[in-house]
Design a protein around this ligand. Structure first.
Ligand code: ADP
Length: 422
């Protein structure tokens, strides 16, 4: 059976977040890393999420990548499409949310879609078109100082209108409160009056379900992972998807286990301390890496003699003041790249030595490891902690992976993740 829903996500961890939501709804989901080759096999899944890295790319590049992903998903037989961006609508006045949406609408031959980044569970709500982050307007939240996509206007209708020539409308809270029929009627009216893109108010989870009910006929939906919450139910009602249960099944993978940490977030530092108390662990010194010493070889020798006895931990993570000192000596980007490269090489060496279960802490670190291991896609399993599912790579010689960005996960995350990947 062909997949039902084809998704294009503008970054890696956002893609996982969406995939996690779809699995929660009961859809068997595979996340693909980048646009697959034309002849790549279509995974057996109800939903496919193509993870791009296009959020802050130049507009033309983001559009080209997104269109290529759409074409692949159409060829794979998907019948509804989803463009996923951040729940804080991360973008600049140049794009990329507006231009990518325009291009996808043109390719799909549709003149109407919605834009709904609301995710009440994580504090992202929309009222009168204004996006709130917790109790603050987006423009008062820390997002106003984001280094790449500063968000200084909370009014999503205005923000999006600056990125597209299509009319941007608002489906108001009162209509959402009136329920699915009222929302459908409003969508019909907007379509009849020339179409465009409608921002949708949503304050509570129940609003997302009402909205989703009314989106079952749309070719393209755009938004955060929150608005995907009720899509599975639509497909079930349409007879496209079976009953709930089993969507999070991933094969059990046996082999050695290791944790690799490159995140220096407070959460990760705590998780390292907790795990270190009970398992062999080794730190990487970035200054020795910079001096060209064979740190990778040393770590692998150390690991090979221990890993058969149980999980090990390799970490580069340090508290903020140590990181600053290292960055002052080596440069911020240089230090980051050097460490990512070393952790990726260690991951490769560990896999060559029979490791099949890996927990990776750090968004960029995860990206580096996944690319070094040549992973083309992940089957998404059950959630370990909010937003972080257990996964297994697709293709030959599968590896179980838990990829955790920044501040995610509780103190015992590493042990919990390994237990979830038996
Ligand atoms: P997070 O998800 O917490 O942002 P990332 O992996 O995305 O984690 O980013 C952490 C960055 O910090 C990586 O580039 C990593 O290589 C770098 N890094 C890790 N340890 C150190 C350290 N001791 N000194 C300097 N940079 C470090």
């Amino acid at each position: 059976m062909a997949p039902i829903l084809g998704c294009i996500a503008d970054d890696f961890t956002g893609a996982t977040d969406l995939a996690n939501m779809l699995v929660r709804g009961g859809m068997r989901t595979v996340q693909l890393i980048g646009v697959p080759d034309e002849n790549a096999p279509v995974p057996d899944a109800d939903a496919i999420v193509v993870a791009l890295k296009s959020r802050t790319n130049p507009v033309a590049e983001a559009v080209t990548q997104s269109r290529a992903a759409l074409q692949w998903l159409r060829d794979a037989g998907c019948r509804q499409f989803f463009f996923k961006y951040c729940s804080t609508f991360d973008s600049t006045d140049e794009g990329n949310i507006g231009p990518v949406t325009d291009a996808l609408m043109a390719d799909l031959g549709t003149d109407f879609t919605v834009a709904c980044p609301a995710f009440p569970e994580t504090g992202r709500t929309i009222f009168k078109g204004h996006l709130f982050v917790g109790d603050q307007l987006l423009s008062d939240s820390p997002m106003r100082n984001h280094p790449l996509t500063p968000m200084t206007d909370s009014n999503l209708v205005s923000v999006l209108q600056r990125q597209t020539k299509k009319p941007v409308k608002l489906i108001q809270f009162a209509t959402i409160e009136d329920g699915p029929e009222a929302i459908s009627a409003e969508i019909q009216a907007l379509k009849a009056s020339g179409g465009g893109i409608a921002v949708i108010d949503a304050v509570l989870n129940k609003h997302l379900f009402s909205i989703d009910y009314a989106l079952s006929d749309l070719t393209l939906i755009t938004g955060g992972s929150g608005i995907a919450i009720g899509l599975a139910e639509n497909y079930r009602r349409q007879g496209l998807l079976g009953e709930m249960g089993g969507a999070d099944a991933i094969p059990a993978i046996s082999g050695h286990a290791a944790v690799l940490a490159g995140s220096c977030s407070v959460a990760t530092l705590g998780q390292i301390e907790r795990f270190k108390a009970e398992h062999p662990s080794i730190g990487i010194d970035p200054l020795r890496l910079a001096d060209g010493e064979d740190v990778v070889g040393e770590v692998l020798d150390w690991a090979r003699s221990r890993i058969a006895a149980g999980p090990i931990l390799v970490y580069a993570s340090q508290p903020a003041d140590t990181v600053r000192e290292i960055q002052d000596r080596l440069g911020r980007a240089e230090a980051g790249a050097l460490i990512e490269e070393a952790l990726a090489a260690i991951a490769k060496g560990l896999v060559a030595a029979g490791t099949r279960r890996l927990v990776i802490a750090g968004g960029e670190t995860s990206g580096a490891v996944v690319s070094a291991l040549g992973v083309s896609g992940l089957r998404i399993g059950a959630q370990i902690d909010p937003g972080v599912p257990a996964t297994v790579t697709i293709g030959n010689e599968p590896i179980a992976l838990a990829l955790k960005s920044g501040n995610f996960g509780g103190l015992d995350f590493f042990a919990k993740a390994l237990a979830a990947m038996p």
